[in-house]
Design a protein around this ligand. Structure first.
Ligand code: NAP
Ligand code: MG
Length: 403
């Protein structure tokens, strides 16, 4: 069988620890034998980030802007312990933060659904994708501890010097204070990313805030979404047979629990932070969560939602057996290849991505899985495979599908 050809390279971002081991295995066993893989390689492993003073991360982000699609391995975000462990020149910022700052955009997280790994919420038969706004609010807030009585005000000084004031509270005793902000431009690009991704994946879009209480702040989010929808997406949504639906956050939470899934839930920064962990856990396992950053310009960066699985890596280094789940990393590759296939009109590449995902799901549904899933499955007598053997199981299933 001749290999599938590609037109435009994928921006490939290698990473750290156990996921770096998985990365190599996935390429060698599941991709390169079938695809004439074209990538532009960026080594985001911590060692090389340090050697290049993190320039490599910026270069990778610019390459995604140039080519449109990237696939990223999990990477270490250095803390003090990592600075010592790797002898780093400094404590570099999170690579994901750097990529997001350059590309702008929204992160969409969706679980991989497999029979036998049942969500805790039994009626969730389809995935729920969380779209988290990644700018501002409490994450860029200023805070004060108020020692005692006094008056707190919001003050805005315009460029011409005019002041607008709003009383926050007349403190009679000690308390706390917080000031936060967001930008119309950022909310607007969040809205565009969400509407585009909904069209892309043909799923309904839900958005919720607390606009009844926050009549200016949250209401602005609601208004911008509605305006962007009415002006640019209403007809496209009708054509695609999908809907946009706004509701109060409390109502959304109740509806999400009663739903069957199969939609995108757009959340403000804090809501998305909290709800994505809840939804991920309720669907079963962090190792089955995929993640894609969609920029308002239509650039895509695919990755697993989990980290570098450090604990497994240290076992691996000691020569001990590991059972690390590669699914989210494989789905990052299949997602990126499928997108490349769509953009470059390469149906064979798209079909390969579909088959690779099906091979993963069929393998697990056939009873072979990694330990994390074997521990939570409802299946009788699951076979817990080690890292290498599980990838071989997927390869065998894939070869059957490719015949
Ligand atoms: P982690 O890699 O997400 O793993 C935490 C635990 O979750 C693991 O120890 C393991 O549990 C389980 N787990 C996660 N993924 C798994 C998989 N694919 N297969 C099986 N089990 C899996 O988080 P961490 O170990 O706390 O963090 C390691 C590094 O990842 C940190 O340096 C952090 O900066 C980085 N990180 C990167 C990203 C990213 O690049 N997007 C995201 C988050 C964290 P058991 O040990 O119980 O088996
Ligand atoms: Mg969180």
């Amino acid at each position: 069988m001749s290999k599938i050809q590609m037109k435009t390279p994928l921006v490939e971002m290698d990473g750290d620890e156990m996921t770096r081991i998985l990365w190599k295995l996935i390429k060698e066993e599941l991709l390169e034998p079938y695809i004439d893989l074209k990538t532009e390689y960026y080594d985001l492993g911590l060692k090389y980030r340090d050697e290049t003073d993190d320039q490599v991360t910026t270069d990778a982000a610019l390459a995604i802007k140039k080519y449109g699609v990237g696939v990223k391995c999990a990477t270490i975000t250095p803390n003090a312990a990592r600075v010592t462990e790797y002898g780093l020149k400094k404590m570099y910022k999170s690579p994901n933060g750097t990529l997001r700052a350059i590309l702008d955009g929204t992160v969409f997280r969706a679980p991989i659904i497999v029979k036998g790994i049942e969500p805790y919420v039994q009626n969730w038969t389809q995935p729920i994708t969380i779209a988290r706004h990644a700018y501002g609010d409490v994450y860029k807030a200023s805070e004060l501890k108020i020692p005692g009585a006094g008056k707190a005000e919001l003050v805005f000084t315009a460029e011409d010097g005019t002041e607008t004031r709003e009383l926050i509270h007349e403190f009679k005793g000690a308390g706390v204070l917080q000031g936060m902000h967001n930008l119309d431009k950022s909310i607007d690009s969040f809205a565009h990313s969400c509407f585009n991704y909904a069209l892309d994946t043909k799923q309904d879009l839900w958005f919720a805030t607390k606009d009844t209480i926050s009549k200016k702040y949250d209401h602005t989010f609601k208004d911008i979404f509605q305006e962007v929808f009415d002006n640019e997406y209403k007809e496209k949504f009708e054509k695609a047979g999908i809907t946009y639906f706004y509701t109060l956050i409390d109502d959304a939470v109740a509806r999400v629990i009663r739903s069957n899934g199969g939609f995108i839930w757009a959340c403000k920064n804090y809501d998305g932070d909290v709800m994505s962990d809840m939804v991920a856990t309720a669907f079963g396992s962090l190792s089955m969560m995929t993640s894609v950053l969609v920029s308002p310009e239509g650039n895509y960066e695919y990755e697993a939602a989990h980290g570098t699985v450090q604990r497994h890596y240290y076992k691996y280094l000691k020569g001990e057996e590991t059972s690390t789940n590669p699914l989210a990393t494989i789905f990052a590759w299949s997602g990126a290849l499928r997108k490349r296939g769509e953009l470059d009109e390469l149906p064979e590449l798209r079909e390969f991505a579909d088959k690779l995902e099906k091979a993963c799901i069929d393998t697990i549904e056939g009873g072979h899985m990694t330990k994390d899933l074997a521990l939570i499955t409802k299946m009788e007598n699951p076979v817990a495979e080690n890292t290498e053997n599980f990838i071989q199981c997927i390869k065998t299933t894939l070869e059957g599908l490719l015949k």
